[in-house]
Design a protein around this ligand. Sequence first.
Ligand code: 13P
Length: 284
Amino acid sequence: MPAVPMQDILSDAFEKRYGVGAFNIVNDLTMDAVLGAAAETGSPVIVQVSLKTVKQMGARLIALMFAEMARRIPVPAALHLDHCPDRKVIEDCVEAGWSSVLFDASTLSFEENLVQTKEVVALAHRYGVAVEGELEAIKGVEDGVGSEHGGAVVALDKAVQFIRETGIDCFAPAIGTAHGVYKGEPKINFERVSEIVAAEPIPLVIHGGTGLSDEVFHELIRRGAVKTNISTQLKITLADSFRTYLNGRPAEYDPLKLLNAVKKDVQAMAAGFMRVFGSEGRAA
Ligand code: 13P
């Protein structure tokens, strides 16, 4: 079906409290695999792209590829730009017909972030594009964006002011999760999710999904963090799949067999997460 606005996907998930996987794809194969997993499980899905990949492939090519691949499957799908501090790339994606963007101004002061996020929302909403807002830097580097140290956590009233005044469609708070592979057990601030949602009912976003337990996902989703981001696990599955396939077949040179085998593994990984998130069978 044609791409569905991300607001529609997230508002249904928020109302019914199930998670929607947002997977950072890196090329056509991984986009196809993630959409294939959504079709296989009857899940709504968010195809998410890092700034680095957008710079490599171009916003328009990704948008065209997504439009055609999404049209071929019978479930709702949206195309989202992940952490992007670069206003020019945001504009390119908005104009190229993406569904949503994450304007990452978390390195700016609260006041400057507020002003700039408002401007991004005004532009994006003119095109029917959703905006994810971020106030506190999420710990860990995501495809070249971010730092090993998370930003300071702002007071609840400031976070609520940011959500209300900017008009963002979903919000990514710092809740103790981190991008990349966890070195120890993450200490998750579940209460913060509940406090924000109680003060302002808006879908929240779980960054750093790789390595969280099913129980942590279920609890965060139940409290309103329904956009669930997965990047690192896709990279691991992709690389391991290539390695295993090629190591096991040192004399085979059939690219389509190789790519189809890898796609199958990535699709199985994404489908597994969709089942954990509870999005299976939710596609309207
Ligand atoms: P992981 O890399 O930990 O899966 O996090 C993904 C993410 O939050 C993308 O923004």
